[in-house]
Design a protein around this ligand. Structure first.
Ligand code: GDP
Length: 138
């Protein structure tokens, strides 16, 4: 059972002013913040972060979107963090996300879906390391 995951609040959500409400829902759902950053990805950095999706038809759109504005990056801690966080954010497509999930409440479309959540313990570690040094996590 993992106890850490990695998240981003994506550019559509930060630009609409949802940052505070999303962080509040995350904390009230039992996750504690171990690292937090307000930043903006360059297209090259977004391309590297999502390299696993390079062959997908939407890769170019995804890179443009994720480098289009500021994001929040965070490492979160909770028992069963990866699975519980995926449940809290809901399905990739907000139209299919359960009522009350972050994507249901704050996402616009399958592309602009408000938040990222790691899909495995291994990726949570890789993604956290992408954004944070040892000095930036507590
Ligand atoms: P996730 O793990 O739920 O984030 O979903 P995926 O790993 O399948 O996709 C990664 C991200 O790519 C999603 O969160 C969306 O931002 C984006 N994405 C997924 N499907 C599509 C699509 O059909 N079109 C576009 N433009 N973006 C997509």
């Amino acid at each position: 059972m993992s106890n850490r995951t990695f998240t981003m609040i994506k550019p559509d959500a930060t630009s609409k002013g949802y940052t505070g409400a999303i962080l509040d829902q995350i904390i009230k759902s039992g996750f504690s913040i171990k690292a937090l950053k307000w930043t903006k990805l360059t297209p090259a950095q977004a391309g590297e972060f999502y390299a696993v999706h390079k062959e997908r038809p939407f890769y170019g759109e995804l890179v443009d979107y994720m480098s289009s504005g500021p994001i929040i990056a965070a490492i979160l801690e909770k028992d069963n963090a990866v699975a519980d966080f995926r449940k809290l954010i809901g399905a990739t497509n907000p139209a299919q996300a359960e009522e009350g999930t972050i994507r249901k409440k704050f996402a616009t479309s399958i592309a602009e879906n408000a938040v990222h959540g790691s899909d495995s313990d291994e990726n949570a570690m890789i993604e956290g390391d992408f954004f944070f040094s040892k000095l930036e996590r507590f």
